[in-house]
Write a protein that binds this ligand. Sequence first.
Ligand SMILES: Cc1cc2nc3c(=O)[nH]c(=O)nc-3n(C[C@H](O)[C@H](O)[C@H](O)COP(=O)(O)O)c2cc1C
Length: 181
Amino acid sequence: MTKLNIGIIIGSTREGRVSPQVAEWIKGIADSRGDANYEIVDIADYKLPFLGTTDGSEPGIAAWNEKLFSLDGFVFVAQEYNHSISGALKNAIDFAREAWNNKAAGIVSYGSTGGARAAEHLRGIMGELMIADVRVHPTLSLFTDFENYTTFKPAELHLTNVNAMLDQVIAWSGALLTLRK
Ligand SMILES: Cc1cc2nc3c(=O)[nH]c(=O)nc-3n(C[C@H](O)[C@H](O)[C@H](O)COP(=O)(O)O)c2cc1C
């Protein structure tokens, strides 16, 4: 059986962002499972304009959709910005529609309260895009899982949660594949 393709989406594009460290950590855990093809997908690489402010001909827009179409499921690395997700992530989400539909996703969030408020907003957005969001949701604290809010040093306990989240993403991504055929 061919393996599922799961994208670990970096949700922020901010200069000095910590999200790549979190994404690399998730990918390390995911790769050691050997149950899917995991890849990091960095929104910043696509240089998306602000939705609706151009004629839509930027190559990054098509490339972003193409990348999403190639994926069977997602793990969102979601950081909390003013009690929600980052503007960059929302903008990138808005740039696609069918490419999101009938796929599964997990969330790994961080912030002062584990990014919980951002993650709950993201769940609402996923409902509209017909993305099946899984229950298990690792929440990382800016206070205890990062040194000086910048160097990622995750507590051991998160490992179990990340694996449990990935178990659910893999199960639902596989099930939803049958809907898209
Ligand atoms: C504009 C802005 C708003 C923020 N608002 C919140 C917030 O409401 N709650 C929170 O826990 N952290 C908040 N933060 C802190 C971010 O979660 C923190 O800077 C985190 O490192 C951002 O992720 P990034 O480094 O990957 O961009 C905010 C940061 C910025 C830049």
